[in-house]
Design a protein around this ligand. Structure first.
Ligand code: ZN
Length: 352
């Protein structure tokens, strides 16, 4: 042990494992400019409390037996108890999804998706509700609506299909009745990510963002009209960069939850405001990561749990983030307790 790490251990009172190291800066090897910033690093190898990952996307490649086995091994190592696959599809695809993930009892939940083909069929709503009921009977535990409605889903006349279109009403009502949480992500990515700004150099093309404000307003209209349905706003409702506005939404819609998704990078660059915000709305925030990558999940835990400074969160975030250092009782809520409230059926089989 060198002098610096002995000092670090002494400073931390021995309770936190720290070491001094140059910060990892993925993709930035071309920019070595003099002595690096040297700060302490909390060694996080798994989440401090069990995690329910509320917004995962497992594609067909992830579902291949060997890959799935690796994911479960990583989940064990990371302390992720349950992962929600929000890409369940519907019909036969959903059934297969539930079957494949069912090889690991209690570890995965599948959310159904809507099929927008034939949206012009006057019977579409009726058929979509009965499909959802079949999907639930086949094991779906919630509904995830992809970004299309409100943004680029068009009807036969070329009109944009809005999220508050009456065709969707029976679905929101059914989700309330059947206690199925709904993940909505109608705003297209956080704070207008585009190839032209700092937020997302490889993200969706800017033209898909043109309806973002309208899409969000239509989404709020849905939250308002279906107070008995639990909605989960993906990516912090694309408002992680403006916590004041996000607070207004939380106050306005008691049926609204948020999950981090891509929004964690916004919280990590305003750790003091984020800490206050997360403590204030501690009962309404869920852990969601979207893509299952072990190193990025670890750095997500580091943002939430540690007081570390100036480190890199993931491959898409161009700025350094800072640890928010949440108290344990808030971490527990965000990691699993709030998810159990959103999906009470889980609570019986969930042991800490
Ligand atoms: Zn998603």
């Amino acid at each position: 042990m060198n002098v610096l790490s002995s000092l670090a251990l002494a400073l931390a009172g021995g309770s936190v494992l720290v070491s001094f190291a140059q910060q990892a800066q993925p993709g930035r090897t071309d920019r070595q400019q003099g002595p690096p910033l040297v700060v302490s690093t909390t060694d996080i190898q798994s989440a401090k409390f069990p995690v329910i990952e509320m917004h995962g996307h497992l594609g067909s490649n992830n579902l291949m037996p060997a890959n799935l086995e690796r994911i479960v091994r990583d989940m064990d190592a990371l302390n992720i108890r349950i992962l929600v696959n929000a890409s369940g599809g519907s019909g036969d695809r959903l059934k297969q999804n539930v079957e494949k993930l069912g090889k690991y009892p209690g570890r995965f939940l599948v959310f159904a998706n809507l099929d927008f083909a034939n949206i012009d069929d006057p019977e579409w709503s009726k058929k979509a509700v009965s499909q959802l009921r079949v999907d639930v009977a086949n094991g779906a535990r919630g509904l995830k609506v992809f970004r299309n409605p409100g943004l680029d889903l068009k009807d036969a006349k070329g009109q944009r299909v809005k999220l508050d279109d009456p065709r969707f009403d029976p679905i929101w009502a059914e989700c309330g009745r059947a206690k199925l949480p709904v993940i909505l992500q109608s705003g297209n990515g956080l704070a207008f990510p585009s190839r032209d700004n700092e937020r997302n150099s490889t993200g969706p093309s800017p033209e898909r963002n043109t309806n973002l404000e309208a899409a969000l307003a239509e989404q709020y209209h849905v939250f308002d009209r279906y107070p008995g349905t639990t909605f989960i706003h993906g990516d912090l409702g694309t408002l992680g960069n403006n916590l004041g506005e996000l607070a207004k939404l939380m106050d306005r819609f008691p049926n609204l939850y948020v999950e981090f998704g891509n929004g964690l990078s916004e919280l990590g660059r305003q750790p003091r405001a984020a800490r206050q915000w997360l403590i204030k709305y501690q009962n309404r925030v869920l852990f969601g990561k979207l893509i299952f990558l072990k190193d990025e999940l670890l750095s997500s835990f580091r943002v939430l749990e540690s007081p570390d400074e100036s480190f890199f969160l993931n491959r898409r975030t161009s700025w350094p983030v800072y640890g928010i250092d949440l108290p344990d009782f808030v971490l527990k809520k965000i990691y699993y307790q709030n998810a159990l409230r959103v999906m009470p059926a889980l609570a019986g089989g969930f042991t800490k």
